[in-house]
Design a protein around this ligand. Structure first.
Ligand code: AHR
Length: 329
C-alpha cells in the first residue's frame, strides 16, 4: 500500500485530504452532510480490509445503505485506531445524522464518543464492542457474542478428544491485539478446555486476522514446536494462511494437525469441505440490513435495544459440503 511507504505525517495529510474531499462514491468520509436532500446521512468508520469477513461486511453495509436510501459516508481505517478517531471527528464536523463504527480495539474511545454525544449525534457500535463504563455514549451494539464463539470452538475440541488421555498440544493464532474478537474468542475457548489438563496451549500469538500473518506465525510455530496436534485460529483467513505453512512443512492440515477457525467465509468453508479444516464457528458479517433499520430508528428518536445479537451456527466438514453451494460470501 502506498500509505505504508509514507511518513506518518504525510500519511496523516493524505488521510485528512481524503476525509474532506467529497468523492461521492461511498468509499470516503468526505462531502458535506446530506441533510439538505432530506436523506439520512450515516458516517461509518470501518476497521479495514484485513479479511474475507471484513470485505463481506463492507459490501453488506454499502449495499444496504443504498437500498435503504441512506447517504453513506464510508472510511477504511486500515486497522488503526487513530484513523478511526479522525474519521469520527470528521463526521462530527460534517454534522452527519448518525455515526456507526466497528472499533478496531476495545479501549480508548471515551473522549471521541463524548464529543459525538455533545454534538447530539447518536452512535451505533457494529460488530465489535468498546470497553467503556459509560453506556450512554452509544445507542446500541449490534454484532456477535465472541465469547460464545470461543466457547463453541472449545466445546468441539473437548468432544473430539473425549476418552483420550494423551497430551494435546494446541497452538493459537490470535486476532488483532486488543480487539474484542481476539480477547473474547481466546477467553471463551480457554474457559472450555481448562478443566482437562491434557489440553496444553503451547504457543499463542497474534496473526492480526490476516492470511499473510497467519502463515508467517504458523511457520514460526512449526519451527519451534515439533509436536503440534491442534491449531485454533481466531478467523478463517489466518487458518488459511497457516494451512499453506503446514503443507510447506510436509504435514497434512486437518489430519496431522486438526484446525478450528471462526467466520465461515466461502474460502474457509471450501477448506473445511476439502478436509483441511475440521470445524468452523460461524460469525456473520451480514450486519447491513439490521444496521440501516437501527439508523432510521435512532434518527427518529425511537428507543432501541441496547444489545442486538447476531444469529449464527457452527459447521462440520459434512455440513460445509451441504452449505457451500448457497454460501453468499
Ligand atoms: O470482528 C470480526 C472479525 O474481524 C472477524 O472474525 C475477522 O475475520 C475480522 O477481521
Amino acid at each position: 500500500m502506498i500509505l505504508h511507504r509514507m511518513s506518518a505525517a504525510a500519511a496523516g495529510v493524505v488521510l485528512l485530504a481524503a476525509m474532506t474531499a467529497g468523492c461521492g462514491n461511498g468509499n470516503e468520509v468526505g462531502g458535506a452532510s446530506g441533510t439538505d436532500d432530506g436523506k439520512i446521512t450515516l458516517g461509518f468508520s470501518q476497521v479495514g480490509a484485513e479479511s474475507g469477513w471484513r470485505t463481506a461486511n463492507t459490501k453488506s453495509i454499502q449495499e444496504s445503505a443504498a437500498s435503504a436510501g441512506i447517504d453513506l459516508k464510508f472510511a477504511d481505517a486500515q486497522q488503526k485506531q487513530e484513523n478511526q478517531i479522525k474519521a469520527i471527528r470528521s463526521y462530527i464536523t460534517q454534522k452527519v445524522d448518525v455515526i456507526a463504527f466497528s472499533p478496531v480495539v476495545e479501549t480508548g474511545w471515551d473522549a471521541v464518543l463524548q464529543e459525538a454525544k455533545a454534538a447530539n449525534i447518536p452512535v451505533i457500535l457494529t460488530d465489535r464492542a468498546v470497553d467503556s463504563q459509560d453506556k450512554t455514549l452509544y445507542k446500541t451494539f449490534i454484532g456477535s457474542d465472541f465469547v460464545v464463539e470461543g466457547q463453541k470452538a472449545g466445546e468441539w475440541l473437548v468432544k473430539e478428544y473425549e476418552g483420550k488421555t494423551a497430551p494435546v498440544n494446541i497452538v493459537q493464532l490470535e486476532g488483532t491485539t486488543g480487539s474484542a474478537p481476539a480477547n473474547d474468542r481466546k477467553s471463551g475457548f480457554e474457559e472450555k478446555i481448562k478443566a482437562d489438563p491434557k489440553f496444553k496451549i503451547i504457543a499463542s500469538q497474534t496473526g492480526k486476522f490476516t492470511r499473510a500473518d497467519g502463515k508467517e506465525v504458523m511457520e514460526a510455530f512449526l519451527k519451534a514446536n515439533p509436536k503440534i496436534d491442534v491449531l485454533y485460529a481466531h478467523n478463517d483467513d489466518m487458518g488459511l494462511g497457516a494451512i499453506e505453512a503446514i503443507e510447506a512443512a510436509g504435514k497434512k492440515p486437518g489430519v496431522d494437525i486438526k484446525i478450528i477457525t471462526v467466520d465461515a467465509v466461502k474460502d474457509g468453508m471450501q477448506a473445511l469441505a476439502d478436509g483441511k479444516i475440521n470445524f468452523i464457528v460461524e460469525c456473520s458479517p451480514l450486519l447491513g440490513p439490521q444496521l440501516m433499520e437501527l439508523v432510521k430508528k435512532v434518527k427518529a428518536g425511537e428507543t432501541v435495544e441496547p444489545r442486538i445479537l447476531t444469529e449464527e451456527t457452527t459447521f462440520t466438514q459434512a455440513q460445509a459440503k451441504e452449505a457451500l453451494p448457497n454460501r453468499k460470501y
